[in-house]
Write a protein that binds this ligand. Structure first.
Ligand code: DAH
Length: 360
């Protein structure tokens, strides 16, 4: 076989093999490999063109033209295949708008935080400042400075979670020594009242503050108890503050929170840090005072503790109790939220169930 015949046969074979492979290729990347194999610098067709110089001028023309024609043809085939493959890829990515969409949740404020903000806004409107204190507290601020000395029975009413290994119950000493020892005992605050002490220690009267925050008690969770809960503390100290200021403030607050038609009553009570002390009731927001399941047929709902700041508390922080008087109040935010929104179980606030939280 002459070289001419040999080269022509090779070109035909290349064309046949390449056409077949291009026809069968299934991905763009495999097609790219074929392009390199058949049309790249080291491709057989190019090797053939390099042998042209061994042919006569007429033969050169025949082989050259044929090789170039096949090259063009293969290029065209690859281009066609390429557009075919990229087209099928596009098709796969088409979005089916009839499919149900993914649900995205827009975050919202937790109902407890929402209520805290609402209550703080109200008191800001009356000129109060919002302050805060630590959740890990010392016994002295949580109890002693609030006129709850060591061995005061009120301590056992707060089921305290202690952080210190040794508590007051293991210590011995004089009353004064034990009072001092309470500065070294750490606990999780059982109420927000220690913020009263912390604020008075760093500010002079007149003083009007509210202090929202988390509190802890060693309680077993049930429908109305949670070991973690929130309170908002209020404190007003200035010259000439009287019990009627307290009554006016809380009446305005509770009517604003529940209903302008709500009635408010003060019942004599006892807290170590206030004298006189009161528990504050609002007429039942469910039955309007007629009696129902929520108010246990009394027509009233207990919503707050309050009173005039005990002189011992003022003296403890270095305030002159002859010159200054004050009132204080404290409320449980979960309890208020349960009443306001008709929620039957306090645990719902801590379960983070979106179906529940989304309602607020
Ligand atoms: N600290 C009290 C408690 O946790 C609530 C309270 C009652 C706060 C009367 C006060 C107050 O400031 O005057 O039960």
């Amino acid at each position: 076989m002459s070289l001419l015949e040999e080269l022509i046969r090779s070109i035909d074979e290349i064309k046949k093999a390449a056409s077949e492979e291009i026809g069968n290729v299934a991905s763009i990347s495999d097609l790219e490999k074929l392009r390199v194999t058949y049309l790249g610098r080291k491709a057989e067709l190019n090797l053939i063109l390099r042998q042209l110089k061994e042919l006569s001028p007429e033969e050169r023309k025949i082989v050259g033209e044929k090789a170039n024609a096949v090259k063009k043809e293969l290029e065209e085939k690859i281009r066609e295949k390429e557009s075919q493959l990229s087209h099928t890829k596009e098709k796969k990515e088409i979005v089916d708008f009839s499919l149900p969409g993914k649900k995205y949740y827009v975050s919202s404020e937790h109902p407890i935080q929402k209520l805290i903000n609402e209550i703080c806004e109200f008191f800001i409107g009356l000129g109060y400042e919002v302050v805060s204190g630590p959740e890990a507290e010392i016994d002295y601020y949580n109890f002693t400075a609030l006129n709850i000395p060591p061995y005061h029975p009120a301590r056992s009413m707060h089921d305290t979670l202690y952080l210190s290994e040794s508590t007051l119950f293991e210590l011995e000493g004089t009353e004064d020594e034990l009072r001092e020892a309470t500065r070294k005992i750490a606990l999780l605050r059982t109420h927000t009242s220690p913020v009263q002490i912390r604020t008075m220690l760093r500010k002079k009267p007149p003083l009007f503050i509210v202090a929202p925050g988390r509190c802890y008690r060693r309680d077993v969770p049930d429908a109305t108890h949670s070991p973690v809960f929130h309170q908002i503390e209020g404190l007003a100290v200035a010259e000439g503050i009287s019990f009627s200021d307290l009554k006016g403030t809380l009446e305005l607050f509770l009517r604003n929170l529940f209903s302008q038609n709500a009635r408010v009553r003060f019942r004599a009570s006892y807290f170590p840090f206030t004298e006189p002390s009161a528990e504050v009731d609002v007429s039942c927001i469910i039955c309007g005072g007629d009696g129902c399941r929520v108010c246990k047929d009394t027509g009233w709902l207990e919503v707050l503790g309050a009173g005039m700041v005990h002189p011992n508390v003022l003296e403890e922080v270095g305030y002159d109790s002859e010159k200054y008087t004050g009132f204080a109040f404290g409320m449980g935010v979960e309890r208020l939220a349960m009443l306001k929104y008709g929620i039957p179980d306090i645990r719902l606030f801590f379960e983070n169930n979106l179906k529940f939280l989304e309602q607020f």
